[in-house]
Design a protein around this ligand. Structure first.
Ligand SMILES: NC(=O)c1ccc[n+]([C@@H]2O[C@H](COP(=O)([O-])OP(=O)(O)OC[C@H]3O[C@@H](n4cnc5c(N)ncnc54)[C@H](O)[C@@H]3O)[C@@H](O)[C@H]2O)c1
Length: 414
C-alpha cells in the first residue's frame, strides 16, 4: 500500500523509463503498473467527494482524472476549473461507456448507489462506492449478485479500516484471543439531518454501517445476535453478540455537544486494553513493548503541535473551530492544560483544508484501491460482501428495535 505522503505527491508527467539493472529485473507487469495511472471516473461529485476523493485523485501519482459526472452544472464548471479532468458530463452513461475509464467512484447519495454499482460493474469497471451500498435488502442482494458476476472489483468507502490508528488496533488484536469486548461511541449533534434528504432515513444505515463494518473487521467475524434500542432514525444503542464470547456495544446518535469530539473506541481482552479518541489519541495497555501514540490529523495538519501537546491540543483546537463554525452560540472553548498556543493556532488554510479533521483513512482507502487496480491485486478495502454484511446487520437492528428484543443474525453475505 502506498504511504500517506506518497499519496500527496502528485506527478503529472509519467516517470522516465528506468534503464538500470534493477529496472530490467522488474517483472514486465509491475514495470507497466509503475508507469501507469488509473483513469478515474467520478459519478456524483458533491460535498463529500469534492472535499476528499477529488483532491486525493488530483494529488496522487497513481490516479488521473478522466471524467467527472454530476447533475449540477455549476458544480461541474467549478470542478472543470479546479481539477481539469479529461471531460465533465451530466450523463453517467458516458463515463460507464468510456473504455478509458478504469475505476468509477460513486459519490451520489445512497438511493442511487445500488443502481450505479451494478451498472458500473456490469460495464467491466472497478468500482469504489461510498457507503452504504444500498438502501434495501433487495438492492443489497442485487449488488452482491453483480459483484459475483463482475470482472472488476468493488470497494465500499468504509475508510475507517485505513485510519492509521485503527489499522494499528487491528494489528494488535491479531495477537489476542477472544473474547474481545468493544465499545464504540459515534455521537455528534447534526440538526442538518433532521430535515431534507436524511430526515426519513436511519442513521444506523447511512452512518452506523461504517462502525458495523469496523467491528466485524476488527473481530474478523459477523455477529450472531443483534439488539438495538432508541428511536428509529437518530439515536441508538446497539448490542452485538459475536462468536467465542466477543461483544460490542455501539452508541450511534445525534446527541451531545459540538465541543466534544465525535468518535471513541475502547477494546478489551483478558489482560489488555486499547482506547482511541477521535482517531488521534491511542492508549495501549498490557501489550509488551507497545506504547501510546498520537496520530497526526488528516493530511498531517498540525502534526508538530499534536505530537508536542497531544490530545489536549487537539481537543482545545477542535472546540475553537467548532465555535467558529456555530457562530454566536453561548459556549466557551474547551480549556485544556495547553499553554503554548494562542486563540487561533491554525496555519492559513491552503488548497482543500476546509477544517481540522482527524485522519479517518479517506486518502489511503482510495490510494490503496487504485494501486491494487494497477498491480492487478486483490484490494484490502471492504468489498461488496462486507458492505452487504454491514447493511444486513443494520436492517436486523431495525427489526430488533421494532420487536423490542434481541434477534439472531445469520447474514447471507458473510
Ligand atoms: N466516508 C465518509 O466519511 C463520508 C462522509 C460523508 C458522506 N459520505 C457519503 O458520500 C456520499 C455523498 O454525500 P454528499 O453529502 O457529498 O452528497 P451531496 O448531495 O453533496 O452530493 C451528491 C452529488 O451527486 C450528484 N448526483 C445526484 N444524482 C446524480 C446522477 N444521476 N448523476 C450524476 N450525479 C448525480 C448531485 O448533483 C450531488 O452533487 C453519500 O453516500 C454519503 O453517505 C461519506
Amino acid at each position: 500500500m502506498s504511504t500517506f505522503l506518497e499519496g500527496r505527491m502528485k506527478t503529472v508527467t509519467l516517470p522516465p523509463a528506468k534503464t538500470g539493472r534493477k529496472a530490467r529485473e522488474l517483472p514486465a507487469r509491475r514495470r507497466a503498473a509503475a508507469c501507469r495511472q488509473a483513469q478515474m471516473g467520478f459519478i456524483g461529485a458533491g460535498g463529500f467527494i469534492t472535499a476528499h476523493h477529488l483532491h486525493t485523485a488530483a494529488h496522487s501519482r497513481r490516479m488521473s482524472m478522466r471524467a467527472i459526472c454530476d447533475l449540477d452544472q455549476k458544480r461541474l464548471a467549478s470542478h472543470q476549473k479546479e481539477f481539469s479532468p479529461g471531460y465533465i458530463t451530466a450523463d453517467y452513461r458516458q463515463v460507464l461507456d468510456d473504455p478509458a475509464v478504469d475505476i468509477v467512484v460513486i459519490g451520489t447519495k445512497q438511493d442511487l448507489h445500488a443502481k450505479f454499482i451494478i451498472e458500473a460493474l456490469d460495464a467491466g469497471k472497478w468500482v469504489f462506492c461510498e457507503k452504504p451500498i444500498a438502501e434495501t435488502a433487495a438492492e443489497t442482494e442485487a449488488v452482491l449478485a453483480a459483484e459475483r458476476r463482475a470482472r472488476g472489483r468493488l470497494a465500499v468507502g468504509f475508510n475507517r479500516r485505513f485510519a492509521p490508528a485503527y489499522a494499528r488496533v487491528k494489528r494488535l488484536l491479531a495477537t489476542q484471543r477472544p473474547p474481545i469486548f468493544i465499545n464504540y461511541r459515534l455521537m455528534y449533534p447534526n440538526p442538518q439531518k433532521t430535515s431534507g434528504y436524511y430526515a426519513g432515513r436511519e442513521r444506523i444505515v447511512y452512518e452506523g454501517t461504517h462502525i458495523l463494518d469496523l467491528v466485524c473487521w476488527l473481530l474478523d467475524a459477523a455477529p450472531t445476535t443483534v439488539y438495538m434500542t432508541g428511536d428509529r432514525y437518530r439515536n441508538n444503542i446497539c448490542v452485538l453478540e459475536f462468536p467465542r464470547g466477543s461483544r460490542v456495544s455501539f452508541l450511534c446518535g445525534s446527541m451531545g455537544s459540538y465541543l466534544l469530539w465525535k468518535e471513541y473506541l475502547e477494546v478489551f481482552t483478558a489482560y489488555t486494553a486499547i482506547t482511541v479518541s477521535d482517531f488521534v489519541d491511542m492508549r495501549v495497555r498490557g501489550f509488551p513493548g507497545e506504547f501510546d501514540e498520537v496520530f497526526p490529523a488528516h493530511l498531517g495538519e498540525q502534526g508538530r503541535e499534536l505530537r508536542a501537546h497531544g490530545f489536549d491540543f487537539y481537543e482545545a483546537c477542535k472546540s475553537q473551530e467548532a465555535l467558529q463554525t456555530i457562530g454566536d452560540m453561548p459556549f466557551e472553548a474547551v480549556r485544556r492544560p495547553v499553554r503554548e498556543f494562542g486563540p487561533r493556532p491554525f496555519r492559513k488554510q491552503t488548497d482543500y483544508r476546509s477544517s481540522f479533521v482527524p485522519d479517518k483513512g479517506w486518502v489511503q482507502s482510495l490510494e490503496h484501491f487504485a494501486t491494487c487496480f494497477l498491480k492487478d491485486e486483490m484490494p484490502g478495502n471492504a468489498d461488496g460482501r462486507a458492505g452487504a454484511r454491514a447493511n444486513q446487520i443494520a436492517f436486523r437492528a431495525l427489526e430488533s428495535l421494532e420487536a423490542r428484543q434481541a434477534l439472531a443474525f445469520a447474514g447471507r453475505a458473510t
